[in-house]
Each structure stands twice: as C-alpha cells, then as structure tokens.
Design a protein around this ligand. Sequence first.
Ligand code: FO1
Length: 336
Amino acid sequence: MIVDFEHGGSEYNLTESDLRIVAVAGGVGGAKLALGLQEVVAPGNLSVIVNTGDDFEHWGLSICPDLDTVTYNLAGINNPEMGWGRAEETFGALTTMSQLGAEEWFRIGDRDLALHLRRTEWLRQGVSLTEVTERLRRSLGVPSDILPMSDQPVRTLVHTEDGDMPFQHYFVRCRCEPAVIDLTFVGAEQARPTHAALAALAEADLIVFCPSNPYLSIDPVLSIPHLRRAISNAKAPKVAVTPIVGGKAIKGPAAKMMREMSVPINPATVANRYQDLLTGFVLDQQDADWRAEIDMPVLVTDTMMTSLEVKRSLAREIITFAEQLQAARFSEHFFA
Ligand code: FO1
C-alpha cells in the first residue's frame, strides 16, 4: 500500500495489498519490468499501457509487436534469447511463405502466427484492439490487464537520412542502420486514449514508466492528446526507470538515435525530457554520478534485469521508493 496519511505507512506484504500499479511500456525492456511488477503485486492489480506505434499490416495480418512482447513475457512464454516472439517456436509457415514468394524479413513463428490470425479475425469482425488484447491475454493465462494506448491506429514513421520508412522497416528490415532525423506518430492527433487506460490511470496508486525507448515506445503513448494529461493529472506518484545505462541502451537503438539526433546519451537527458510528468527517477548504480544532474528525487539501484529475481527486486524497490515519495508529499502538504 502506498503510504497514505491515515495508515502511517505500515509495511504490507505487497501481494496481499490492494496496491494498484499502471506500467507504461513498449517492447523488450518494458516487458521485463512489467513482469517484475506482476510478480510482486496481487493478481489483477497491474495494468500495462502499451505502445501500438510499432504495429503494422504484414502477410495481410494485423501485427502488434509491443502488445505481443508484453503478453508473452507476462504469460511466461516469451523467447528469452530474442526478447520478442515465443519460446519453443517453429518457422514452418515462414519457410513456406518464403517459397511462395512472400516477404520473410519479419520472422513470424508458427505459434505467434496463430495469435496474429486470431487477432486479425476479431479485428475484421469489428472487435476493438482493447477487447482483442483482453481475450488473448486471458487465453494465455496472464493475470494483468494489457491495454493498448488507443484503439485507433497510431503508426511510428521514422524519418531517416535514407528517407521516411515505417517503423518495422527501420527496426527489422534495415536493422536500425539508417540515421534517424526525426519521428512522426501518424494518427496520434486523431487517436483517443482507451477508457480502460484512462480508468486504470485514475485508480492507480503508482505509475511506472518502464525502461523502454523514450522516442520509440514512451513518446508515442504521450503523443495521444488527453493521455499525457491523464497521466499528469493522476493522483499517483509517477516513477520512470532509466533506459540508458553506462551511456548505452540495454537493447535496441535508443543510444544510436540519441547520437544521430545530437542528444547527450545519458540518463539525465531522459529524466529531464519527462521532468514535468515525473515524481521520481530510477538510475542504475553505474550512473550514480548523474544524480546531481537530475532535478527530482532519485533512486539509485541495479536496473539490469538479468534474472527474474532482479526483476522482482527492482519492482519492490520502485514501490518502496514511491511510498517514500508519497509520504514526503503528504508531509509537505500536511506539515508545510
Ligand atoms: N524483431 C527483429 O529484429 N526481427 C524479427 O524478425 C522480428 C519478428 C517479430 C515477430 C513478432 C513480433 O511480435 C516481434 C518481432 N520482432 C522482430 C520484434 C519487433 O520488431 C520489436 O519488438 C518491436 O517492434 C520493437 O520493440
């Protein structure tokens, strides 16, 4: 339970408490912390608001990579080596599609393909992406809510020195090699946050920005009008975990993009980027010296989620950090 004034901050066992957490996540890095949070709160008390800017049509199917990466991680069936896709996967369909002249650069496994078929079938029937995602996560036994940021399409367009390209062409087909100039989230202006996401934010005791790429995963979520404001207006403390450790990203192109966009590659850049939204920031212990450059409360700890136990301990430390922030906020308020 986040410290509130009446309780005086008594320590609960979190999994029995009614603590409600909302995590904002993109792909691999975000999914890892989402799993850590799911492990330490009561079943059903975690909602993950997920980026859909990476989504695209491929083989005539609606592909939602970040939703699927979060779903597979929270279901415990993700491919631990790749970070995306499923464990124990086969690629018979991919091989045959290639023989039939279809594109093979985006490697869809046979079990993953079944999920895309099911999602595409339901979307074509008019079922919302939120409802589709709910059905899929329940079928896979995930106890947490997995919430698309919007049910309307938002597509990340990457402006590079080799021209403009859809996200998956940049990320997978071109392996993030083109130098990024800028990003556009096509459709964001017209997109509305889902009711489920707004409700989760209103009820949250804690909002966690997972260590996802700020430009490719967090910014698309914040680009949706009203969603950024709903996060800002939420009563819960907002804590972000650094996606940059030791001057580089754990995985993916964040550091490369920062260099190409002439942005200093350090945690302070990320913290200051979301300064107006955040209550606190989590630095990796390798970057403790950056604490002085960050103008908000900072938790310094091990953020390298190399095991399930580290994911759990990081989640617990964030919750304790948030309790301290909340207590400080109450004491300022009541004792100012
Ligand atoms: N990423 C790759 O680098 N290569 C792939 O072939 C690939 C296939 C793939 C299939 C399903 C899926 O859900 C994700 C997949 N990804 C692949 C990862 C994906 O491009 C990224 O996870 C996100 O879009 C960025 O977080």
